[in-house]
Design a protein around this ligand. Structure first.
Ligand SMILES: Nc1ncnc2c1ncn2[C@@H]1O[C@H](COP(=O)(O)OP(=O)(O)O)[C@@H](O)[C@H]1O
Ligand SMILES: [Mg+2]
Length: 270
């Protein structure tokens, strides 16, 4: 049976200010969901809250995978349960190569009892698997020998993200591709990589404004966030409508949320 990631009535505050005000979202393994919404509506806040970022305080609600409470778990335990959050992974770690990092990450998620310094996936097996995925994704083998994130272009950062996704094979992947200022190489890498990797084993939530990403990975469900709530859910046609027409129609359909959004902007002085 396919696993379910369920977010129920999630409220999140940042430094005492309520940002998410009751988010409900249910993602099944194998489904692709898009989360859209104007800047400041709370999309990244949802992603950080799921990652367990200490600045994002859960004030109410539940997040579970097949009934197991995610919010009680640390980042490693969340990963073991099958949750992948693209942005959560490190910036630059001096002296660590892409392959080293991936070997540790894979060993951590596959072997829950692993202690630091032991229980690493055998090198031969790891290399073989890594090579296979890199070939499938059309990546140069040289990439695995690069130092992690050192001088990475936008596209290389995304190659790293997709390669992690391939190696970790999570049940649920959350990709926040909104504000990262993706260049066209980066958009292509994510669009094509995700298309290749997604399937019946993976539930995907893509936070994005990039039309191409959603053309490659057609969402069965598109959710629109406004002022910390999901105000509408539709299919791929809704994503298309938002791309071509923006959010004014959504605001008109949800005047209360639009008023809250305007109020927030005044409070934030934007
Ligand atoms: N770390 C933070 N510190 C202060 N305010 C934050 C922080 N993260 C988010 N916010 C506020 O929360 C609201 C939602 O932001 P965000 O989740 O980044 O929106 P989106 O990703 O939809 O553009 C904004 O008003 C933003 O200023
Ligand atoms: Mg964002």
């Amino acid at each position: 049976m396919e696993a379910v990631l369920q977010i129920e009535n999630l409220h999140v505050a940042v430094e005492g200010t309520p940002i998410l005000k009751g988010v409900d979202l249910k993602i099944k393994q194998g489904e692709t969901h898009a989360l859209m919404g104007p800047n400041g509506s709370g999309k990244s806040t949802l992603a950080y809250a799921l990652a367990g970022h200490p600045k994002y305080e859960i004030t109410e609600g539940r997040v579970t995978i097949d009934g197991t409470d995610l919010l009680e778990l640390d980042a490693n335990e969340r990963a073991r349960l099958g949750l992948f959050l693209a942005f959560q992974y490190p910036v630059t770690i001096p002296g660590v190569k892409v392959a080293d990092f991936l070997r540790h990450a894979v060993s951590n998620t596959r072997n829950p009892d692993r202690k630091e310094g032991e229980g690493l996936m055998p090198m031969r097996e790891f290399r073989q698997e890594l090579r296979g995925h890199m070939q499938e994704l059309g990546m140069e083998t040289e990439f695995a020998r690069r130092y992690l994130n050192e001088g990475f272009s936008g596209g290389e950062k995304k190659r790293m993200e997709i390669l992690q996704l391939a190696m970790l094979q999570p049940r649920f992947a959350l990709l926040d591709e909104t504000d990262s200022g993706l260049d066209s190489d980066a958009v292509r890498v994510v669009s094509e990589g995700l298309k290749r990797l997604s399937g019946p084993e993976m539930g995907v939530l893509i936070i994005t404004h990039h039309e191409r990403l959603l053309e490659y990975n057609i969402p069965q469900f598109t959710h629109v966030m406004l002022a910390g709530r999901i105000v509408e859910t539709g299919d791929a046609a809704l994503a298309h409508e938002l791309h071509s027409q923006g959010y004014s129609a959504v605001r008109e359909r949800h005047p209360d949320a639009a008023a809250e959004e305007a109020q927030q902007e005044v409070a934030a002085g934007t």
